[in-house]
Design a protein around this ligand. Structure first.
Ligand SMILES: Cc1ncc(C[n+]2csc(CCOP(=O)(O)OP(=O)(O)O)c2C)c(N)n1
Ligand SMILES: [Mg+2]
Length: 321
């Protein structure tokens, strides 16, 4: 479906939701209101949300440890997302999973994964079922640049290629795997070259341009949906926040480098596009931001006021009778 003004406004809404939610999460972790760890996608909103919005009913997605943006993109309610972060029974995984395992089956979200590259095998399994039953659906398998150095990535690409499986490998190249810059972990300049080695087509897109992400991903999804086999999309973007909540000093990169990417902020760029094309005025954009912030504050209260899971939950989700 072409990118209508209505869809652009929804995309903006989701990107703002992801950004404000993650800023709130960062604050709550710093104040020890939340425990464990988390990986923020601040700066990567166009990439994750633009891609998820190209999917339709019946399509599936597998997510990584850095997944809040995609969860919002696929339609997860922030109330249940936050409840999961607080470990409450109203959470997406009944409070048992936390940030790295958020899942939402009714929206095609097969779950995030704490194992780098862990979603690859799951994506292929789901895609094999679609292929076997001749369903016109696709699986979008999200990955980081670092995951493309895992053995499973190479096995999965080869298998998806020879079996013609409907998988869109969506690689978010944010240029780092923890502190390791891609220039130090691989000799290829474009990750797409790795897909080409397995007979898979690849495309590169500007991951900070929501319109570009949507349009190019939409065509790629169409190609896969039509039975042409898998495709790999390399979305070049940047992780503005630290790797995880513990990555405070960030000695592996310069402030100039971060600033240069902040200047390409995906939300600002989409705002400029919206204003330039008279899709909405600045007053309307401000209203969206205020409304989203109110929704997030309400969701925090919902999460805080929810019950902790009872011990009975172990019989439901952990132990078989
Ligand atoms: C198999 C495995 N190896 C190592 C780790 C530790 N680890 C967690 S995130 C990460 C970096 C992943 O980098 P990338 O795939 O580029 O994703 P990004 O964090 O940049 O989104 C590593 C090495 C892990 N969780 N799983
Ligand atoms: Mg990375």
């Amino acid at each position: 479906m072409s990118l209508t003004n209505e869809k652009i406004t929804i995309m903006y809404n989701k990107m703002v939701t992801a950004r404000l939610l993650e800023e709130m999460l960062h604050e709550m972790f710093s104040e020890h209101m939340l425990h464990g760890t988390t990986h923020l996608g601040i700066g990567q909103e166009a990439s994750g949300i633009g891609a998820c919005m190209t999917l339709r009913d019946g399509d599936k997605a597998t997510l990584t440890h850095r997944n809040h943006v995609q969860c919002i993109g696929l339609g997860m309610n922030v109330k249940y997302l936050l409840a999961e972060m607080f470990g409450k029974e109203t959470g997406t995984n009944s409070g048992l999973g936390g940030s790295m395992h958020l899942m939402d089956l009714k929206n095609g979200n097969l779950g995030a994964n704490g194992i780098v590259g862990g979603g690859l095998g799951l994506a292929l399994g789901a895609a094999f079922k679609m292929h076997y039953h001749k369903e016109e659906n696709v699986v979008m398998c999200f990955l980081g640049d670092g995951a493309t150095n895992e053995g499973l990535f190479h096995e999965a690409l080869n298998l998806a290629s020879i079996k013609n499986l409907p998988v869109v490998f969506f690689v978010e190249n944010n240029h780092y795997a923890v502190s390791m810059n891609t220039s130090r972990s691989m000799k290829v300049t474009d990750i797409g070259q790795r897909a080409n080695a397995y007979g898979i087509r690849s495309i590169i897109l500007d991951g900070n341009d929501a319109i570009d992400v949507y349009n190019m991903t939409f065509s790629a999804v169409q190609y896969v949906r039509e039975g042409n086999g898998p495709i790999l999309i390399e979305s070049k973007t940047y992780r503005v926040a630290g790797h995880s909540k513990s990555d405070v000093k960030q000695l592996y990169r310069s402030q100039e480098e971060v600033d240069a990417w902040v200047a390409k902020d995906p939300i600002k760029r989409l705002e400029e596009y919206i204003l330039k094309n008279n899709i909405a005025n600045s007053e309307m954009l401000k209203e969206i931001n205020t409304r989203v912030m109110d929704e997030i504050r309400e969701a925090v209260l919902f999460a805080q006021n929810s019950l902790d899971p009872s011990a009975d939950i172990l019989n439901k989700h952990i132990y078989a009778k």
